[in-house]
Design a protein around this ligand. Structure first.
Ligand code: UDP
Length: 152
């Protein structure tokens, strides 16, 4: 499924620490294509919907506060097995101290909350998150010219 899509969010700490480019480079290098991107300061309503499953967790207010603290980069990445691959490239476990070097969280983060990046955890949540953060007009339908050299 070369058209599989996932939602990726570089959180406020990733923007403030100027590592947007280094994170995106990893996904491009792997062979994935970005099909939408925007910078925004998310509002509370959007964040509450995005994190609705965590609403009753004790860290929820703190998480919303952190996510409101500055601009974020919202993106859609596309490619073969992209949901699972990007989760593993960002360092899937919550705690950055337990992530392997070579993952985004393993290389750049130390804290449970300030872990730089979000990636959808399943195709179903990817679709839900894409619909929440983007409208159809913002998604570009394009095919990279080297795709046949990346995928068989
Ligand atoms: N988080 C936190 N404290 C915790 C667990 C999570 O502040 O004890 C934050 C952290 O930024 C995490 C986000 O809440 O990325 C969402 O948690 P989730 O369980 O969805 O983890 P993720 O899918 O981002 O790894």
């Amino acid at each position: 499924m070369e058209k599989e899509q996932t939602f990726v969010l570089i959180k406020p700490d990733g923007v403030q620490r100027r590592i947007i480019g280094r994170i995106m480079q990893r996904f491009e290098d792997k062979g994935f294509s970005m099909v939408a991107m925007k910078m925004l300061i998310p509002n509370q309503e959007l964040l509450q919907k995005h994190y609705e499953e965590l609403m009753f967790k004790p860290f929820f207010p703190c998480l919303i506060c952190y996510m409101l603290s500055g601009p974020v980069i919202a993106m859609i990445w596309q490619g073969k097995d992209v949901v699972r691959q990007i989760r593993s490239m960002l360092g899937e476990g919550r705690n950055p101290l337990e992530q392997k070097p070579g993952t985004v969280r393993g290389d750049y983060a130390l804290e449970l909350q300030r872990n730089l990046i979000h990636g959808s955890d399943s195709c179903e949540s990817a679709q839900k998150e894409i619909n929440l953060w983007f409208n159809l007009k913002e998604i570009v339908d394009w095919k990279p010219s080297d795709l046949n050299w990346v995928c068989e």
